[in-house]
Design a protein. Structure first.
Length: 424
């Protein structure tokens, strides 16, 4: 089993700290005004247990008959190797796009509650919801959650008071807003989760409050998506660092989704890099808004001087201090850095060797469009369908998007949605 060293807090927390996602924080005193666009980000958040794309590929093959139908071949016992994992994740885990949809309902009012409007990933989701909703004649309000559970709760209550038909939680976990969501459910508002976990997961043990979620219809569900992301990271790290590499993992204990993703990463390392060592260096969400994140990263690099791999949970952490800490280190030339979801700015860090070397790309704009498609189905009592959204491993030699281009997956989903909706 890989060796896991629990990190030590490396500097004092700021006076203003947000409530951890393991606790419910609730207030209606915030005065943040709604906006028409938004932002935020994080890594894939749900627990890991279901078979991933890689393990499915390794255990079950399909054969196509002359008539074009598929038959399942006898499962094999071939072990999943680092090379086979790299092949899977460099190719990507995307699937077929939806082929049909119910006729769009019109006149719906959607409120998007963001984790924080300072982060590009949530901005991409929010813009996708807005653009796709406009095509269906919907009105979208984006509310800046400002990284505060109090503000998230306030946004949900404002949405209910405004008569919203649906609330989209944009990388916001259910647990810290459970009470407000229960009020929204009582008012008949549809609740949809983008990446964040529902309250009924084992880590929370509460009621199911989401009517749908971005990964609910993906084969294997959210667990399989989390496992895929973890395996992609673990395989890439092992391929560049060897099977006994020492790792610094930047962790964020105050966000449940990051904790779940970290746990899945440890499990993946146990499978592909049994002799790897992980040194956890914790930070908090509020550290993103000042010099603390860079300081904690620098302290981690000093404390764990023999670790040459650094892993960040999401890309914004690199943009807001992590990359500067890496490039400013006396060991910069020896460090290899795995980031998050492949934001356009982070892709440039990879391209220019400026503090990041790889990422697991996730198409956040596509998530916004898929959210609208799912809501249109839910409004009409139909189940969600697989959107085809997957992920893809990116480094300097593989799948690097063009300069300035936000990664948005494989396939023209926009044209496909317009076709099956009959709009555009």
């Amino acid at each position: 089993m890989f060796r896991w060293k629990t990190g030590i807090a490396l500097c004092t927390l700021t006076a203003m700290t947000m409530a951890a996602c393991g606790e419910s924080s609730d207030s209606s005193d915030a005065t943040d005004a709604p906006a028409t666009t938004a932002a935020a980000d994080t890594a894939t958040t749900e627990a890991a247990a279901e078979p991933s794309a890689a393990t499915t590929d390794a255990t079950e093959a399909t054969e196509t008959t002359a008539a074009g139908s598929e038959t399942t071949a006898t499962p094999t016992t071939e072990a999943v190797t680092v090379d086979s994992l790299l092949e899977t994740y460099y190719a990507g885990t995307f699937r077929d796009l939806p082929t049909s949809a119910p006729a769009p309902v019109t006149g719906k009012t959607i409120w998007v509650i963001t984790l924080a409007s300072a982060s590009p990933s949530v901005a991409n989701v929010s813009q996708g919801v807005t653009d796709a909703g406009n095509l269906l004649g919907w009105t979208t309000t984006v509310f800046d959650g400002a990284g505060s559970p109090t503000t998230w709760n306030d946004g949900i209550r404002r949405a209910v008071a405004a008569g919203a038909d649906a609330i989209v939680l944009n990388i916001v976990e259910c647990q810290p807003v459970q009470a407000a969501l229960e009020q929204a459910k009582e008012a008949g508002v549809v609740i949809y989760g983008v990446v964040g976990n529902d309250c009924d997961i084992p880590d929370v043990g509460g009621p199911k409050l989401f009517d749908g979620g971005i990964y609910q219809a993906v084969p294997g569900g959210p667990d399989a998506v989390t496992r895929d992301s973890a395996l992609a990271r673990a395989a890439w790290i092992t391929s560049v660092g060897g099977d006994s590499v020492e790792i610094i993992e930047m962790t964020q204990p105050d966000y449940l989704g990051v904790t779940i993703a970290s746990r899945a990463f440890h499990t993946a390392l146990d499978e592909v890099c049994a002799d790897c060592t992980v040194n956890e260096v914790p930070f908090n969400l509020t550290d993103l808004y000042g010099p603390e994140l860079r300081a904690k990263t620098e302290a981690g690099l000093l404390q764990h001087g023999s670790a040459n791999i650094v892993v960040f949970p999401y890309d914004t952490a690199l943009l807001l201090g992590g990359a500067a800490a890496v490039t400013g280190s006396s060991r910069a030339a020896d460090l290899t850095v795995m980031g998050g979801e492949c934001l356009a700015s982070n892709v440039e860090l990879i391209r220019t060797n400026a503090g990041q070397d790889a990422c697991v790309a996730v198409p956040y704009p596509w998530m916004g469009w898929a959210t609208v498609d799912a809501l249109n189905r839910i409004f009409q009592g139909e189940p969600e369908v697989d959107s085809g959204i997957g992920m893809q491993l990116v480094d300097a030699e593989h799948n690097l998007p063009a300069e300035g281009v936000t990664y948005d997956g494989i396939g023209d989903y926009r044209t496909n949605y317009q076709k099956i909706w009959g709009v555009g």
